[in-house]
Design a binder for this molecule. Structure first.
Ligand SMILES: C[S@@+](CC[C@H](N)C(=O)[O-])C[C@H]1O[C@@H](n2cnc3c(N)ncnc32)[C@H](O)[C@@H]1O
Length: 396
């Protein structure tokens, strides 16, 4: 395969040599003839020394994503096969569930490819123009490797636009049912792969759900705010807690109710279809108090430009949520906005100060292990959860 050669700046060269994989547009010497969107390109340093094979994007601010740093391993079906096999093998460490992320894009050396497994159905997302070209090979290889009952593509998110790709949702192979029954941590959940958020289920919150569930006591009063299909709420109720789930979108709440019935905890659960910001404020006004408030909002800042707005929204949420805690009550704050991760603790501190309460960290957890965090690729760490307890100790 012949591919165009592009020269990268010293900053990108340094990062590539340290296993990072993004090259920004202003780090590429503009070529005389630009590659096409999605082409595989050869990246070199300014002396012409080979650095990597990469997917080229004609649109995104990330102009190239490294796939291989071995000059003898170009991007081909064989390389994809090896990467997919290795990614699937690594997931054998993920136990106590039959739903897991098998491929996490750059973190598995497959830039732009997400593959989630729900029992014997695979749901994939293609996020880069480069990977978009390899769809057929990827599906063939996954079928050879895993023999799924069906493969669904859910490449319907806004990030496709940045890459100049249209949104697509379609069954690529076999049969994909409307709902799939999965197990996590001894509980059962319905997943809607066709219409659900992400690929249907928040697999990345598995570890945090488990850690929270372990601590919840029978009879505890729990608010699952931004509940989606009730995974946290059902987990809490399975421990004997009384739970109220707050979720804006009715179809998700309908699935959450079915999940409660499925796990025989519906008699301990209440449902609020509405805006979480409004509910938190109103519940405080009514004097409601909880042993646990679980706060898992959507990404409140999707880009750097949103940071100020996101910061404001998170602050507002926290002031209201902290006001609902009983003495010794625990707040679980999950932040899935990369751009807010470093700020979250400071915002938590400010909100706690306004409420005049001291907070003790019980635990900090990350995205589940099937969403690996590569140290040299900061963007691969995107989800953190703080378990903080209202501290009524004498020192307070
Ligand atoms: C990150 S997801 C929650 C995932 C959930 N905790 C789980 O583990 O399955 C965020 C949820 O918040 C909902 N949402 C977004 N804005 C909302 C709002 N203003 N009020 C209530 N729910 C909202 C979304 O529909 C989505 O289901």
């Amino acid at each position: 395969m012949t591919c165009r050669q592009l020269v990268v700046a010293a900053s990108a060269e340094k990062r590539i040599r340290n296993f990072d994989c993004w090259v920004f547009r202003d780090e590429l010497t503009p070529p005389r003839e630009a590659p096409a969107n999605g082409d595989v390109v050869k990246l070199t340093d300014r002396r012409g020394t080979f650095l990597a094979y990469a997917f080229y994007s004609a649109r995104s601010h990330v102009a190239a994503r490294v796939v291989s740093t071995d000059p003898h391993r170009p991007v081909d079906r064989d390389l994809l096969s090896q990467r997919l096999t290795a990614a699937v093998r690594r997931r054998s460490e993920v136990l106590a569930t039959n739903a897991k992320r098998l491929v996490f894009s750059e973190a598995d050396g497959l830039p732009g490819l997400i593959v989630d497994q729900y029992t014997d159905v695979l749901v994939l997302q293609i996020r880069t123009a480069g990977m978009d070209r390899w769809r057929t090979d990827v599906v063939d290889l996954l079928q050879d490797l895993l023999h799924p009952q069906g493969v669904l593509e859910r490449s319907d998110k806004e990030f496709r636009e940045d890459e100049g790709l249209p949104p697509v949702t379609h069954v690529l192979a076999g049969v994909v049912p409307e709902r799939i029954l999965i197990e996590e941590d001894g509980l059962r959940f319905w997943v809607d792969p066709h219409h659900g958020q992400k690929t249907g289920f928040y697999l990345d919150q598995r570890d945090t759900r488990h850690r929270v569930r372990e601590r919840i006591q029978p009879g505890a009063r729990v608010a699952d705010v931004f509940a989606y299909t009730g995974a946290f709420g059902v987990a809490a109720a399975s421990r004997g807690a009384r739970v109220v789930c707050v979720e804006q979108q009715e179809p998700y709440l309908a699935l959450a109710k079915d999940n409660a019935v499925l796990n025989r905890v519906d008699d301990r659960m209440e449902w609020v279809a509405g805006d979480a910001f409004y509910w938190l404020e109103a519940a405080g006004g009514r004097g409601e108090r909880f042993d646990w408030v679980l706060l898992d909002p959507p990404a409140l800042a999707k880009s750097k430009a949103d940071i100020s707005k996101g910061r404001h929204a998170l602050h507002r949420l926290l002031v209201h949520a902290l006001g609902l805690l009983k003495a010794e009550g625990t707040l679980v704050l999950s932040v899935c906005a990369y751009h807010l991760l470093e700020l979250a603790e400071e915002i938590l501190r400010i909100a706690a100060q306004q409420r005049g309460i001291r907070l003790r960290v019980r635990e900090l957890s990350l995205q589940a292990a099937d969403h690996p965090w590569i140290v040299q690729m900061p963007m691969t760490r995107y989800l953190m959860s703080w378990q903080v307890q209202r501290d009524e100790s004498p020192a307070a």
